[in-house]
Design a protein around this ligand. Structure first.
Ligand code: NAD
Ligand code: ZN
Length: 357
């Protein structure tokens, strides 16, 4: 088992990462935590695979555990689901000292995090992420949110968990498409921050795609540390955290124009290539690096080409993106593999050129 410490003053916490950690969850919690009562929030898919087992492990160790489920899917990451959970928490006599254990992917993590941040003005939260995206991205950094109408992720809070327990063995059951989605964020973090890690992914891709336990554990640890370091320097997302948006400015637009038929990770992969082309046109990213990046994404099962969509619609969607400060579109571009360059000075023709087919 490896651990990372997120240093945020009195909001500091540990992320434990290892294969098979669910089996040790009760012991890990016992060492760090005086809490005796837990509510696991999960969905039926994850419940079948890991929920009942986790509940059993914890009950056997003397904890009072209740398990609540929310239907599977982004469309249930809503205030309505939060409302139902508040009622169910009240019914099972959850108190301010009762901890919420968010077991699942980013959807459950965001929703359960939001509920933990707001129920009784805040109860302890523990993330137990079970998708690659959640393990390297959404469980780290304390962003919790629900969707509301057209507002995606805009009703939320910064709410740090007390601990993250990341069992990389749970990734064995993840469908290939979900795994590839997470790989987009893994590759993103390597491109903007860590050239050696990029080479590691390239050299071990067969093992990664084959879900080799040891390799996956190393990869999750490294990607999680990159996110952790960035979050520690910019908890509230006012500066450095922007670098994590590499591939996301164009990616989000592609995702939106596709009416979310293109999954987030796939859209980010497409966005990374388009944004790397912008970087290449500025002379801060080599043409060779561009083709290395494209090859890696394809080998990881991700798309790299902007699909057949109107570039005006993409540009329009970029304009509406929430990351625009003062009406300017901000880009986190790669500066070679392993570096970054933040800018809001990219003109429309350059963007159009990058998304043009
Ligand atoms: N808070 C943040 O900082 C942050 C960052 C990035 C993304 N997000 C949010 O994360 C969400 C996406 O998360 P996601 O990609 O994990 O999707 P998800 O939570 O929908 O999970 C994807 C699918 O995998 C299933 N699943 C989960 N674990 C499994 C396992 N071990 N084996 C088999 N199936 C499993 C889920 O039931 C679901 O059907 C979005 O709502 C996004 O807004 C939040
Ligand atoms: Zn993302």
């Amino acid at each position: 088992m490896e651990s990372l410490k997120i240093e945020l003053g009195e909001r500091s916490y540990h992320i434990f990462i290892g294969s098979g950690l669910l089996e040790q969850a009760a012991d890990i919690l016992a060492e760090a935590f005086p809490v005796k009562k837990y509510v696991i929030i999960t969905n039926p898919t994850v419940d079948k695979l890991y929920g009942s087992r986790l509940k059993e492990i914890m009950s056997n160790s003397g904890y009072a555990v209740t398990l609540l489920t929310v239907p599977d899917g982004e469309k249930y990451k809503t205030l309505d689901s939060a409302g139902k959970l508040y009622e169910e928490l009240t019914e099972c006599f959850a108190e301010r000292s009762t901890a919420i254990l968010a077991l699942g992917g980013g959807v459950i993590g965001d929703l359960a995090g939001f509920v933990a941040a707001t129920y009784m003005r805040g109860v302890p939260l523990i993330h137990v992420p079970t998708t690659l995206l959640a393990q390297v991205d959404s469980s780290i950094g304390g962003k919790a949110a629900v969707d509301h109408g057209k507002l995606k992720n805009k009703i939320g809070a910064f709410y740090q968990p007390k601990m993250v327990i990341t069992d990389t063995a749970t990734l064995k059951t993840l469908p290939q498409k979900e795994f590839a989605n997470g790989m987009a964020e893994v590759i993103k973090s390597a491109v903007i921050r860590d050239r050696d890690f990029f080479v590691f992914i390239e050299q071990n891709l067969d093992k990664i795609v084959g879900r080799d336990e040891e390799t996956i554990e190393k990869m999750v640890l490294r990607a999680a540390s990159i996110k952790a370091l960035v979050v520690m320097q910019d908890e509230r997302d006012t500066g450095l955290r922007n670098i994590l948006n590499f591939g996301h400015t164009i990616g989000h637009a592609v995702e939106t124009v596709s009416k979310f038929k293109i999954a987030h990770g796939q859209a980010v992969a497409i966005g990374m290539v388009a944004e790397a082309k912008i970087a290449a046109s500025m002379g801060i990213f080599e043409k060779d690096e561009l083709s290395i990046l494209e090859t890696l994404l394809v080998d990881a099962g991700l798309p790299t080409e902007v699909p057949d969509m109107d570039s005006d619609m993409i540009l329009e969607a970029i304009k509406h993106d929430k990351k625009n400060a003062d009406g300017k579109t901000r880009f986190a571009l790669p500066k070679g593999i392993g570096g970054f360059y933040l800018t809001d000075q990219i003109d429309i023709p350059t963007i159009r050129n990058a998304v043009g087919r």
